[in-house]
Write a protein that binds this ligand. Structure first.
Ligand SMILES: [Zn+2]
Length: 114
């Protein structure tokens, strides 16, 4: 048994898309680029293996993560998503320092008022 339309993965791999295709829910036929990126970085059989090892309710999140990582790796072959994570950690550090400074200033002004 197969769907009337193949998922992006089966279409790309030029194979029949079975009704219980593990990739179909996460790689719909209307978004071939999503599968193409993930396939290029992880490989189709690894994607299937990763999804099979997970409980069904966590597979969509895993597919989204693989898609994000693959897209990042294609855009930035050296650092991939690590560059984005580092930038966010840096911003978090700067914001935490600003918060500490602001809290210290507030404490100073409150002390002066009394
Ligand atoms: Zn399929």
């Amino acid at each position: 048994m197969s769907h009337s339309t193949r998922c992006a993965a089966c279409k790309s791999l030029r194979r029949r898309c079975p009704r219980d295709c593990i990739l179909a829910p996460y790689f719909p036929s209307n978004d071939p680029q999503r599968f193409s990126s993930v396939h290029k970085i992880f490989g189709a059989s690894n994607i299937s293996k990763i999804l099979q090892q997970l409980p069904v309710q966590e597979r969509a999140k895993a597919a989204d993560c693989m898609s994000f990582e693959a897209t990042s790796r294609i855009q930035d072959p050296v650092y991939g998503c690590v560059r984005i994570i580092s930038q966010l950690q840096q911003q978090l550090l700067i914001t935490q320092r600003e918060l500490v400074m602001t809290q210290a200033q507030l404490a100073f002004y409150y002390a002066q008022q009394q």
